[in-house]
Design a protein. Structure first.
Length: 588
């Protein structure tokens, strides 16, 4: 694929500018992003550790509240009176209700993150600081969460989000802290204390931590159940986040921070965008400089290339301007010297060769003329001896046309109509001589009349048919022997693409395959002297006559070069067809 030098230089300059910029920019972006992520990860670990410490302190405070009933004798006495497991026997006096409500309200005082504090008795009663919104009784359908609390056997239990149906209106996804209340000396279960946290319970503690819109902070229990999620959902793609976590042995809770890498890279993107804008301006400046420099380097080469094209078209007087004294200037000077030498050689050698070629054309053309002139004069002599003055008059008249055509018209290219008239005059002479043995027909459309062809290219082919297809001569040609039958000769023309095909067809005695191979080798031989020395198959001796076919082929080749010339076809059952392929030319 052809790529101009100027484009190559521009591409090279752009690559030399762009590739280092991209490599440096990419390495800088990667290093900067990695540093930001590393620093963020370290900061995140510090944050979650601090949150974990605060969370332990917060849970310890709530744990202390769940132990307070053990230190109040009245509360313990009320719980003992309701320690029977039969829930149908539950009955709470007004005095018990007032004492328990007062005690619970004192625990919940100034604790906005606590939704409610509840104490569940064994016989199905509920004491709470919320008289209106909490039911007075509970049953096992409301207390599926109690199983986990009882399994702790008096230890603090942090319950994951669950539905609290013991409220007048069920509150979904309540996070609670609960423990079993046991009698200190007998270890008998007296009930359960439960602290329900508001949705902002953990949020109040974590509100000072800003994790970003696409990041999250979550608190999970020992079973990895989510208790609280800040700033996002409960699931994230692990590959896109930095994870930092801290675990509390006291509470069993785990604090996990998921920092979005996308948000971390936003700052890197901003820095990259600013750097890219500045770099693009620098790149555009560098590209413009590369364009100007490439133009300065390639302009003398383009000028030299233009002059070379003109020299290729034959304008040998053109010279390139030497604009510099570097290698390109030396190349231009060498080109000017070379073109000057070529111009001199063309005048001395090429024009001489043209004259030689023209002389050869004249010799070939003149070689054809005496051949048929001799036969015609011999026939005139015979008619004169016989006293047939009418035929002799017609022959002389036709001969005059032939002589006038060959002597007066010196053009090398003539109209087809003139060449056909010459052939008609020649055929008239031969038909008078041969009588019924020769029949001719000319089928050339009038639209070809002014098409130009080399002079005297049809008559030698017709003469070859008369001499060899009819067996009237002794020279070599397309036949293989003599004959006395009637031969029909047809001259026609047609167009094949941009070429004109002239054909001379006869239905004479034809030729063998061996004969055709020899004849084609002889016709297309490059050396004329070698062709004359070829031995004719069949033992007829050296070639003395029949140079007409070779001369016609050589003249066409000299005029037009390959693939134009003469071609032989012997595929028909009888006779031979000779084709002449010529380019279609018209008189300007």
């Amino acid at each position: 694929m052809y790529i101009p030098l100027r484009r190559k230089l521009i591409i090279i300059f752009c690559l030399l500018i762009t590739i280092p910029f991209l490599v440096i920019g990419t390495i800088t972006y990667i290093k900067y992003t990695a540093g930001v992520e590393r620093n963020t990860a370290e900061l995140s670990y510090q944050i979650v550790n601090q949150i974990n410490i605060n969370l332990e302190r917060y849970v310890k405070e709530l744990d202390r509240l769940t132990l307070m009933p053990l230190y109040d004798e009245e509360v313990m006495s009320i719980l003992k009176s309701h320690s029977h497991a039969d829930q149908r026997a539950a009955y709470v006096t007004t005095d018990e209700t007032n004492k328990m409500n007062l005690f619970i309200s004192s625990l919940a005082f100034d604790k906005a993150e606590i939704e409610s504090i509840l104490i569940f008795t064994n016989d199905g009663g509920i004491f709470s600081n919320l008289d209106q919104s909490v039911r007075k009784k509970w049953d096992w359908s409301m207390a599926q969460w109690m199983k986990a609390v009882k399994e702790k056997d008096g230890g603090l239990t942090i319950l994951p989000p669950h539905d609290a149906s013991y409220y007048a209106q069920t509150k979904p996804q309540i996070v609670s802290l609960s423990r079993v209340i046991r009698e200190p000396y007998t270890n008998k279960m007296l009930g359960l204390v439960k602290l329900d946290l508001t949705p902002e319970g953990f949020g109040a503690m974590l509100s000072s931590v800003h994790m970003g819109s696409s990041s999250e902070l979550r608190i999970t229990d020992s079973k990895d159940e989510v208790l609280y999620v800040a700033s996002g959902g409960t699931s994230r793609a692990q590959g896109s986040f930095i994870r930092a976590s801290a675990h509390s042995k006291y509470t069993g809770l785990k604090v996990t921070a998921l920092i979005s890498r996308g948000e971390l890279r936003e700052e890197a993107h901003e820095l990259t965008s600013y750097t890219l804008m500045v770099s693009l301006i620098a790149l555009m400046t560098a590209y413009a400089a590369a364009l100007v420099l490439s133009n300065r380097l390639t302009r003398p080469i383009a000028h030299l290339q233009s002059k070379m094209r003109q020299v290729q078209q034959g304008q040998l007087q053109e010279r390139a301007i030497v604009a510099s004294h570097d290698e390109i200037g030396q190349l231009t000077e060498g080109f000017n010297m070379m073109v000057g030498e070529i111009d001199r050689l063309v005048k001395e050698v090429y024009e001489t060769r043209l004259k030689e070629k023209e002389a050869e054309l004249s010799a070939l053309q003149n070689q054809i003329q005496p051949h048929f002139l001799y036969n015609t004069l011999e026939m005139v002599n015979m008619l004169a001896l016989q006293g047939n003055s009418l035929k002799m008059s017609r022959i002389v008249s036709s001969l005059a046309k032939l002589l006038r055509y060959t002597a007066e018209r010196q053009e090398r290219l003539v109209y087809i109509q003139d060449e056909v008239r010459f052939v008609e005059a020649y055929l008239e002479i031969q038909e008078l001589r041969l009588g019924d043995r020769l029949q001719s027909a000319i089928h050339i459309d009038a639209s070809y009349d002014y098409c130009l062809v080399p002079k005297l290219i049809l008559q030698p082919l017709i003469e070859n048919v008369i001499e060899h297809a009819l067996g009237t001569g002794t020279g070599t040609g397309t036949g293989t022997g003599t004959g006395t039958g009637t031969v029909r000769l047809t001259l026609s023309a047609h167009v094949d693409g941009d070429d004109l095909i002239l054909s001379v067809k006869d239905d004479g005695i034809g030729m063998t395959g061996e004969r055709k191979s020899w004849l084609e080798e002889w016709l297309y031989a490059r050396d004329h002297s070698l062709a004359l020395n070829e031995e004719e198959p069949g033992g007829f001796g050296r070639i003395k006559k029949g140079l007409a076919l070779r001369n016609v082929h050589q003249r066409i080749q000299l005029h037009y070069n390959a693939p134009y010339g003469l071609y032989i076809d012997d595929t028909a059952e009888r006779g031979v067809t000779v084709y002449l392929r010529l380019p279609i030319h018209w008189r300007d």
